[in-house]
Design a protein around this ligand. Structure first.
Ligand code: KIV
Ligand code: ZN
Length: 519
């Protein structure tokens, strides 16, 4: 039997994915995602862009200390200060990589960088040489490779390989290319580079071709694919990890010479974790992980499925770790051991404190909710594990006059063991709640976005609320709240955002990458 080629999976959910509007995450959330990516079997985790902010640096540093089975990588522009930050942030990782890049297309060199091609090569070589003083594994990206001149890419690749780069990444940064064009580019570059470096691709999805382009790249010699869970990423996103991996597996008749190290049973848990943390749900008809990806609605299809699943199903839900009959057998009388066991089956390993608080919340939920599904548990535990430190804690909420009069709320909040109670009014119920919280906390919050989704089914479904708030005119922060009661979930989400904001103050000036550092 032929030895199969391993296609390395480089996940950039925590870097390019975080650049999705509204997808910014706090450090604890990033650590949970990195641990899940490790369980998924990702070869390289791009944990962030260390120079972007102290918060990004801190998250990469913590991930580097936590993750052992995957390589931890930081992005860096081809600038000494970026590379130093990247090298220091990943220093404690067992396996590490610096990913440095500079644009190679004439559009970018002329208008963005205002540099000549020779200057770009010099900068790239310096960046790789300097990065090699921190790590043995350096990846170099020709940003906007999709629109770059082939001759120039060969020239810069020769130079950076000579300087010590072992991976050459060819991003279709603006998602412009068609599969046959990516195939031709990858073929020419991989023939040229030979075994001097691995050829990688990084396809954006502006024309909905990110996955198709990545598969074509594999056929033509790419041995690393950069991608994100749920296809998160800038603009229309990046090529979706789950689609690439399942295409390679399901069409093993075509891709018989290739394999990945991904444990596909961790795909669904990974997708849910990212959706729960970012509040960005994959579209219902999204391939592999959308809510309807395995739903057979028409009578003819259902009939076929009952007779033989292969009539309409090319992937078994269990292959991606989706249990179609996921009603939890636990109830309000279940003990902590059974609860812990169930969480372990769902891939959550909780420390004592998080287990205790999750169990308490589970008991409260089980008291009020008849059927508890795996997705409910996933949402609850994710919410519990990724909370910012509790500076303010919601104790109680009372609401009045939903219908005719002025909506009003009474909120009780605890801070430093002192309970504070206030009443307030607003244009609507949410407005009344948030304004009352502002009065208690003495902060001025501006609500920029508000989303509510049901976690599973039934009238008693858990409401998952995501808010995006700018406090005191500073960059927006995301907060999440989960409860059977939507108003309570909303209050929790708002206070969660406030706690994140306050805990980040002092640690960092801005949670977001400032525009001069956007990649
Ligand atoms: O899309 C892109 O070009 C990138 C690079 C930084 C790899 O994200
Ligand atoms: Zn990108």
């Amino acid at each position: 039997m032929n030895k199969k080629n391993t296609i390395l999976i480089f996940d950039t959910t925590l870097r390019d994915g975080e650049q999705s509007p509204g997808a910014s995450m706090n450090t604890e959330e990033k650590i949970q995602i990195a641990s899940q990516l490790e369980r998924l079997g990702v070869d390289i985790i791009e944990a962030g862009f260390a120079a972007a902010s102290p918060g990004d640096f801190d998250a990469i540093d913590k991930i580097a200390q936590r993750v052992t089975a995957s390589k931890v990588c930081s992005l860096a522009r081809a600038i000494d200060s970026d590379i130093k930050a990247a090298g220091e942030a990943i220093a404690k990782a067992q396996m590490k990589r610096i990913h440095t890049f500079i644009a190679t297309s004439s559009i970018h060199m002329e208008y963005k960088l205002k540099m000549t091609p020779d200057e770009v090569i010099k900068r790239a070589v310096r960046a790789v040489e300097y990065a090699r003083t921190f790590v043995d594994d350096v990846e170099f990206s020709c940003e906007d490779a999709g629109r770059s001149d082939m001759g120039f890419m060969k020239e810069i690749s020769d130079a950076v390989i000579e300087a010590g780069a072992s991976t050459i990444n060819l991003p279709d940064t603006v998602g412009f290319r068609l599969p046959f064009e990516i195939g031709a580019m990858v073929k020419e570059m991989s023939n040229y580079v030979g075994n001097r470096a691995i050829i990688s691709v990084h396809n954006h999805n502006d024309l909905g071709l990110g996955v198709a382009n990545s598969l074509e790249a594999v056929i033509n010699g790419a041995r690393q694919i950069e991608c994100t869970i749920n296809g998160l990423g800038e603009r229309a996103g990046n090529a979706a990890l789950e689609e690439i991996v399942m295409a390679l597996k399901t069409r093993s008749d075509i891709f018989k010479d290739y394999k990945t190290n991904i444990n596909t049973k961790e795909i669904y848990p990974s997708s849910r974790l990212i959706a729960n943390i970012t509040g960005i749900e994959p579209q219902p008809n999204k391939a592999i992980v959308g809510k309807n990806a395995f739903a057979h609605e028409s009578g003819i299809h259902q009939d076929g499925m009952l007779k033989n699943k292969s009539t309409y199903e090319i992937i078994s839900p269990s292959d991606i770790g989706l249990d179609m009959e996921d009603t939890l057998v636990l109830g309000k009388h279940s003990g902590r051991a059974a609860f812990k066991d169930k969480l372990a089956k769902l891939g959550f390993v909780l420390e004592d404190e998080a287990l205790k608080s999750s169990f308490e919340r589970f008991k409260i939920m089980a008291d009020r909710k008849k059927d508890i599904y795996d997705d409910d548990l996933r949402a609850l535990v994710t919410n519990e594990m990724t909370k910012a430190p509790k500076i303010y804690e919601l104790i109680s909420l009372q609401l009045m006059d939903f219908s005719e009069g002025t909506p009003s709320s009474v909120v009780k909040i605890k801070k430093d063991n002192t309970e504070i109670i206030e009443a307030g009014i607003g244009e609507g119920t949410i407005d009344a709640i948030f304004k009352t919280i502002d009065r208690i906390t003495n902060q001025e919050g501006k609500l920029l976005d508000y989303k509510v989704q049901s976690v599973s089914k039934g009238k008693d479904a858990l409401a998952s609320v995501t808010v995006k708030v700018s406090f005191n005119n500073e960059p927006a922060i995301i907060g999440h709240g989960l409860n059977i009661d939507t108003m309570l979930a909303s209050a929790r989400a708002y206070i969660g955002a406030l706690n994140s904001y306050l805990s980040m103050q002092g640690k960092m000036k801005s949670h977001h990458v400032d525009s001069s550092k956007t990649v």
